[in-house]
Design a protein around this ligand. Structure first.
Ligand code: PLP
Length: 452
């Protein structure tokens, strides 16, 4: 089918006609044979938007200016980036650091989270998050996710709170909000610190507020794949001036807040480290920040549209959003794939069929609650000395931290697209949906003959 003809037919599909497998049957001829069965791929020659995007005409001047100045260590440009980011997120302060992992470490350290403390976090996240908890000597305590939202379940968080709990680390996974009202209420009730991991959530909103500005602090990543990419980079944002002064000092060798970078001094006031952003990194950030808002709106609109189309397909369950999740950053676009509703076609076979249509996709995160990095930490002298015996026994730890919903997402159901797939026209969403519908219509053929 030609692309033009296809778009014409797919917009008919997009109009909400596909409500049941019966209706699917009647539309078989409209979606065509899947590429994996020899049909024409839905996106035969497609070049998806590349990431990161770099526009020499508008972007290079920012970086060249810095390179030519010879001032490369932290100075005015970094400060300008921080002021701009704080304003964008809606917090009083922002401090840049070398990456999101160190933003989390900086925030935890300077709220006094450390050995002997428990930090509650989601198991459905990037490995950097539990690693950051371990880096400060605290105990990661995993609270399961809700299947429908992919986000940490506040009811499970409540169950995991003990007298040792010091902080909750809600990760806005995919760049869509956690149920922050319930998390903040729990934190208030138990006097806990909330550090939002907004590493995937640039400009996303909850209840009209930007993510990262709701908890006691928010952390961002500007790593290459992120919606604001700098290569590497991170930030802590907060309205707590005293805390931010400490964070600044911590990131600059423990020297007092406001100390000049590059001055040789032994006047460190706290046991800090050195994790400063460079001027050329900040320049890249400032350049790309100029189009972030527009890109975020496009991703949010396309994601919502795609969800409306995919929710018509039996066995496909787009990530549900909380009512107050006004705007998503959609660093990822995850949905649940239920093989039983695809005639038993395994997720791997489904992914293969979808890739054959020209749609890049993956199964996303693997389970991280039972991996050797945890044993390494639990066996270390620090953990052995500080924590009760039953908490540092690896088998007991694994048993206590099992999260069945997370296992279902990781091992069976989750399917991801990355954010750049959401930057094209609406017709891309229609074609992705039709590619999936096409696979669904042919599950009989796809799931037989050793194909499962
Ligand atoms: C949810 C989450 N938290 C933390 C990080 C760590 O950020 P970075 O890679 O910048 O260290 C990432 C990103 O990679 C992330 O996706």
């Amino acid at each position: 089918m030609s692309r033009r003809k296809f778009i014409a037919s797919s917009s008919v599909l997009g109009a909400g006609m596909v409500a049941s497998p019966m209706v699917f049957g009647r539309q078989r001829s409209m979606t065509g044979k899947p590429a994996v069965l020899g049909g024409q791929p839905m996106f035969a020659q497609k070049e998806w938007p590349r990431w990161p995007m770099w526009n020499p005409a508008t972007d290079e001047k920012h970086v060249l200016e810095v390179l030519r100045s010879g001032v490369w260590s932290r100075a005015q440009v970094t400060q300008r980036f921080e002021e701009a980011w704080a304003k964008t997120i809606g917090t009083e302060r922002c401090l840049t650091v070398v990456n999101g992992t160190n933003a989390l470490i900086t925030a935890m350290t300077n709220f006094g989270v450390g050995p002997g403390d428990e930090v509650i976090l989601t198991p459905y996240t990037f490995i950097a998050v539990p690693l950051a908890v371990l880096a400060v000597g605290a105990m990661p305590v995993f609270a399961d996710v809700e299947l429908e939202t992919f986000q940490i379940d506040p009811a499970q968080v409540a169950k995991k709170i003990t007298p040792r709990t010091k902080a909750i680390l809600p990760v806005h996974i995919a760049g869509v909000a956690v149920d922050m009202d319930r998390i903040m209420a729990l934190a208030k009730q138990h006097n806990l610190i909330v550090i939002e991991d907004a590493c995937q959530a640039h400009l996303a909103e909850y209840d009209g507020k930007r993510l990262g500005s709701i908890g006691h602090a928010g952390c961002f990543s500007f790593q290459n794949s992120k919606n604001l990419p700098i290569g590497e980079g991170g930030a802590v944002v907060s309205n707590n001036g005293e805390f931010m002064d400490r964070c600044y000092s911590y990131h600059n060798l423990g020297l007092p807040y406001g100390s000049m970078v590059g001055v040789v001094s032994a006047s460190s006031v706290l046991a800090g480290t050195k994790i400063r952003l460079t001027e050329y990194q900040a320049a890249i950030g400032l350049a790309l920040m100029e189009r972030l808002e527009e890109e975020t709106v496009r991703r949010d609109e396309n994601a919502r549209y795609l969800s409306s189309l995919l929710s018509e397909v039996p066995g496909i369950y787009p990530m549900k959003l909380y009512e107050k999740a006004n705007k998503g950053a959609y660093h990822l676009y995850p949905f649940r794939y239920v093989a039983a509703e695809f005639g038993g076609l395994s997720r791997d076979r489904f992914l293969k069929a979808l890739r054959a249509e020209g749609v890049p996709c993956s199964s996303g995160y693997a389970v991280l609650t039972d991996k050797p990095y945890l044993k390494d930490a639990l066996d270390s002298p620090l953990y052995q000395q500080v924590y009760p015996k039953e908490q540092v026994d690896f088998d007991a730890y694994i048993a206590a931290n099992r999260c069945p919903n997370n296992e279902t997402l990781c091992n069976e159901q989750a399917v991801w697209f990355t954010q750049n797939l959401l930057l094209g026209p609406k017709s891309d969403m229609e074609m992705i949906a039709t590619a999936i519908k096409r696979i669904h219509e042919h599950t009989g053929q796809l799931a037989t003959g050793g194909n499962k």
